[in-house]
Design a protein around this ligand. Structure first.
Ligand SMILES: [Fe+2]
Length: 387
């Protein structure tokens, strides 16, 4: 039997506990990892919502020593990672727990990298640059979208160069993800919309990525269906725990898909945008999504047709151009339904920013798996469409 080596695929994932109450096993896992002292990473918003205290109480009840680090901005910065790593070492911690959205989770990954490997966080930019194993990571996500709790990505903002760096490595896949839909009830509708659309973008980009394969496709398509069916209803009724669970499941599946298939031009361009203007990540993605689909469509039309069908579009009898229109129409409507209609110009981007934004996007690792190869002018044109 012959085999095509280029089709070999690997799939990494943390141990996942999914369901209401999953967060309550945090102390058991910390103990299993031989916790001497736990660094709990979170942020002020999550602390205010009460989730941080809950984790502290659970650790205390199990006689596990801990310290908390909450100096984390919405787009976590290199300086915060370095301070967190110093704090970790000063307190002789040996396990990291993160509770929060993508920001505390990515910051916690950065702290793990630096505390084990010693150099500045910027030295680990790119793919597979981490050589020493990092401390055990136990993550409890409180948003349904970023999927830092299952992914091999860490995104850190470098305010000096006004750019977000992407670190991609199996080393930053958490050991355990305690995915508990109850923790998402404190999200406001705007955050639910941003993170939900981010998850939808993860699934779409993973499915058309040049790194896609059978191990990731099933998760990507399930995610598209789950988010499409439930996100609008959730934004309209944020207290519905069943909807929370469905969107969180979709987000988790999107995370498993993109962590292994990698992403594409929406994320490359959105990382560049978010580093330049410090805007919410999900909003950046939302502003770019349909324009990147339009740019990529011809290069992966069969795959986009399957995406359209997963978005409940009946493609029977449609020409390829009609499918393209219907697909773009549906993602645009979804964005409107959840209230994300802002354009780049309204967010403070001007025409003169576009060459710099494009140059930075072309340096992001996510551009490498975009289905259509893109040069500086291509990326500029897509930004201009979204202006
Ligand atoms: Fe994302």
């Amino acid at each position: 039997m012959s085999s095509d080596i280029s089709n070999l695929r690997k799939f990494v994932s943390p141990e996942i506990i999914f369901g209401a109450g999953a967060r309550n096993s945090v102390a058991n896992y910390a103990k299993n990892f031989g916790a001497r002292k736990v660094l709990v990473v979170s942020d002020p918003g999550v602390a205010e919502a009460g989730w941080l205290q809950e984790v502290c109480d659970l650790l205390e009840a199990a006689d596990i020593d801990y310290v908390c680090f909450t100096d984390v901005s919405p787009n976590p910065r290199t300086s915060e990672v370095m301070q967190g790593a110093q704090f970790y070492q000063e307190h002789h911690c040996n396990v990291i727990v993160a509770i929060g959205g993508g920001s505390p989770m990515d910051c916690a990954k950065g702290i793990g990298i630096v505390s084990a490997n010693g150099r500045h966080i910027l030295d680990y930019e790119g793919i597979d640059t981490i050589h020493l194993p990092i401390p055990p990571l136990i993550f409890i996500p409180t948003t349904a979208g970023t999927s830092a709790d299952v992914s091999q990505f860490a995104i850190i903002s470098d305010p000096v160069d006004q750019v977000k760096i992407s670190i991609v490595s199996k080393a930053v896949v958490p050991d355990v993800a305690l995915i508990d839909p109850e923790t998402t009830v404190t999200m406001d509708p705007f955050l639910s919309a941003c993170t939900g659309v981010d998850a939808m973008v993860h699934a779409i980009e993973a499915f058309v990525s040049t790194g896609a394969g059978p191990l990731t496709d099933m998760h990507a398509l399930d995610a598209i269906r789950l988010i499409n069916e439930n996100l609008t209803a959730l934004v309209n009724d944020p207290s519905d725990i069943r909807l929370r669970e469905q969107v969180m499941l979709g987000s988790m599946k999107a995370g498993l898909a993109f962590s292994n298939a990698i992403l594409g031009a929406v994320h490359a361009m959105s990382h560049s945008l978010g580093g330049y203007l410090d805007l919410p990540h999900g909003l950046c993605n939302a502003m770019l999504l349909e324009h990147v689909i339009d740019f990529n469509y011809k290069e992966a039309e069969d795959r986009f047709k399957v995406i359209a069908e997963s978005l409940a579009i009946d493609t029977r009898g449609m020409s390829s151009v009609q499918v393209q229109k219907a697909l773009i129409g549906r993602v645009t409507t979804l964005k409107q339904e959840v209230g994300l209609t802002q354009r780049l110009a309204e967010s403070g981007v001007s025409l003169t920013d576009i060459p710099t934004l494009s140059e930075k996007a072309l340096h992001d690792p996510c551009i490498l798996t975009n289905p259509r190869k893109s040069n500086q002018r291509d990326v500029e044109a897509v930004y201009e469409e979204a202006l």
